[in-house]
Write a protein that binds this ligand. Structure first.
Ligand code: AHR
Length: 383
């Protein structure tokens, strides 16, 4: 395996040149707090030396404990393999060994629970809040409260749609619209190569949670693809990014729309549920549309989804990279130390196909590589 490929299998992050670099007052406050703590520690140390206490001093030990940066993390849920990988990434990076005290809250895909968690973090006077928001709207009030309390908020994964973008310090996540565009350009090139005409396609869009940035970007992608290439979307229904809902929705759709030959699933867990429904109906998930197979497209490229790619049941899996912990830590450390940081950071992502029919697609001016999945590549994946 080439070095370049190795690097791609452990994707990092890329920030975009045009993004604003912002100087926040909170970070000056953060470094001021730190200086006060250091002075306090030095004073205790001096007192300790003067009074001749050579051994362990409990005041010093206690203050050392308090040197951790306290972070409240409101994770939207545990609905998917992607989400669990995202939680692991942030938890393991914002660890005690790395100088953090992490308060974690799982909101079970409910925005009101996230708002309650954020208010609790504010009461607990955490140093930072990390928020993975379930949907885009409805955050102005609570983020305003965090701002008034002087607590910087780092948004991860999906975005918040707020009137004033100073309500959050930075955002780290995926380009969901680009993921949708990659999937559609691939579908166009693939069907063209196989001699399948645009008018033959009958697409079901198994959507994510309505109002989530991932859903908005990916649904927009298939709508634009359909308008550009003349495909027919016969159904679009949300399945909340879960396997159970994916199966339930597809079972119903196969009864009402038996002509469906493409399932555009907005994440891997939904795709796995959809494949279960296809098989339960006595049908086959695969790329041979001409012979009655249903072509499944998915997003995430989590291990569970990629196993289905290797089996040929998912034809294309567009990566959504959940490894965001290091970027979150980078922003927090920068704010804390008064250094500049990027307001918006996009994680790097790939796309994996079951066969090598299409090796790249054009996204604007970019030749976007489509990687044919092998067992070896799958072994190297982090999640
Ligand atoms: O917002 C990212 C999406 O949310 C991922 O595609 C999905 O798996 C998750 O639940």
């Amino acid at each position: 395996m080439k070095n370049e490929d190795m690097k791609k299998m452990h994707p990092g992050t890329a920030s975009r040149g045009m993004h604003r670099i912002v100087c926040h007052p909170e970070r000056r406050e953060g470094s001021f707090k730190k200086k006060i703590r250091i002075l306090y520690l030095l004073a205790i140390l001096a007192l300790c030396l003067m009074s001749g206490c050579g051994e362990k001093n409990s005041a010093v030990t206690e203050e050392n404990e308090n040197m951790h940066i306290t972070v409240g993390f409101s994770q939207l849920g545990a609905e998917s393999d992607w989400r669990e990988a995202n939680t692991r990434s942030i938890r393991s990076t914002l660890s005690r060994e790395n100088g953090f005290e992490l308060l974690f809250d799982d909101a079970q895909q409910k925005q009101d629970k996230q708002i309650i968690a954020i208010r609790k973090f504010i009461q607990q006077e955490v140093d930072y809040i990390v928020l993975a928001p379930v949907t885009e709207t409805g955050w102005d009030a609570v983020l305003g409260e965090a701002k008034d309390a002087g607590i910087p908020v780092v948004i991860v994964d999906r975005r918040v749609d707020v009137k004033d973008d100073e309500l959050f310090t930075a955002w780290i996540g995926s380009d969901f619209a680009k993921e949708g565009a990659v999937a559609c350009e691939w579908l166009y090139e693939y069907t063209k190569a196989k001699g399948i005409s645009a008018s033959e396609l009958r697409i079901a869009d198994i959507q994510g949670t309505l109002g989530a940035t991932a859903q908005i970007g990916r649904t927009e992608g298939i709508k634009k693809g359909a308008a550009k290439y003349g495909w027919k979307i016969v159904a679009a229904e949300p399945a909340d990014y879960t396997r159970a809902k994916g199966r339930e929705v597809m079972e119903r759709l196969l009864r009402t729309n038996p002509e469906i030959n493409v399932a555009y699933c907005e994440n891997d867990n939904e795709a796995i549920g959809v494949i279960e429904a296809i098989e339960a109906a006595g049908l086959k998930a695969g790329a041979d549309i001409k012979n009655g197979e249903i072509l499944v497209i998915s997003f995430d490229a989590a291990r569970s989804g990629l196993n289905m790619v290797l089996e040929g049941k998912i034809a294309l899996d567009v990566e959504c990279n959940p490894i965001q912990g290091a970027s979150v830590r980078g922003v927090i450390n920068s704010v804390n130390e008064g250094r500049e940081y990027e307001k918006y950071t996009y994680v790097t992502e790939m796309a994996f196909s079951a066969d090598d029919t299409v090796q790249s697609v054009k996204i604007g001016d970019e030749d976007y590589r489509i990687t044919t999945l092998t067992e070896k590549l799958l072994e190297m994946r982090e999640y």
